[in-house]
Write a protein of this length. Structure first.
Length: 218
């Protein structure tokens, strides 16, 4: 069985090249969110995902050269260079409250960004067409099986279900898109706060503090 990729192997794909193309097979598909989160830290944006088979995905990332994204990538490299975490937790700086809402992990934000990309690329038209076609297909089958009352009732019910769902799909998809966008926005707000471990506690009151090279306050 092929071993899962470690972070060093994933990082190698995002070494500054313009296009990063990754093929995932088998259990590697489960790493897609972590790969997307690492790509985000290094300034890459998911361009497309081709699902070749259920157990094989092809993901294409493009380097984002906008100044703020390149700065994010450089900050990540600097953090790694000093031994910091690749995907650190978010902590609010001292004196500032945490962003309201449940904390969003880097992998959850990566999944939400991918969902947004899928909606922005394909919209909801394809699902509407599929639902409409299924509705018609069940009606045709109901007519073919008109001699069996029980089967006809079940097929007509299925046709009605898909017929009702078809016009509602765009509204559902827009709501799903907004839900994912809220996750991404909250993650970005959290990320704008201080990255890394929480600050150390203040020294105990009345304790001796060294304020000079010799610790004598001079």
């Amino acid at each position: 069985m092929k071993a899962l990729m470690n972070d060093e192997q994933i990082l190698a794909y995002f070494d500054g090249r313009g296009t990063a193309e990754i093929t995932l097979r088998g259990l590697e598909v489960a790493q897609s969110d972590r790969i997307a989160a690492i790509a985000f830290e290094l300034g890459y944006k998911l361009h497309k995902t081709d699902i070749v088979t259920r157990g094989q995905w092809r993901m294409v990332y493009l380097r984002d050269d906008s100044p703020d994204v390149r700065q994010r990538a450089q900050n990540t490299l600097d953090r790694l260079r000093v031994g910091g975490p690749l995907l650190p937790e978010v902590w609010a700086p001292a004196g500032l409250p945490h962003v309201l809402g449940r904390p969003i992990s880097p992998m959850e934000a990566a999944s939400a960004r991918r969902n947004m990309t899928a909606y922005e690329t394909h919209g909801s038209r394809g699902l509407v067409i599929i639902a409409a076609v299924l509705s018609v297909a069940f009606l045709v089958l109901a007519w073919v099986a008109r001699g069996a009352l029980g089967g006809v009732i079940a097929l007509v019910a299925a046709a009605a279900l898909f017929g009702v769902a078809a016009p509602l799909i765009p509204r559902w998809m827009e709501s799903w898109y907004r839900h994912n966008k809220q996750k991404v926005d909250r993650f970005n707000q959290q990320r704008s706060q201080q990255w890394g471990p929480p600050p150390p506690p203040p020294p105990p009151a009345g304790g001796n503090m060294q304020t000079g090279p010799e610790g004598n306050g001079s």
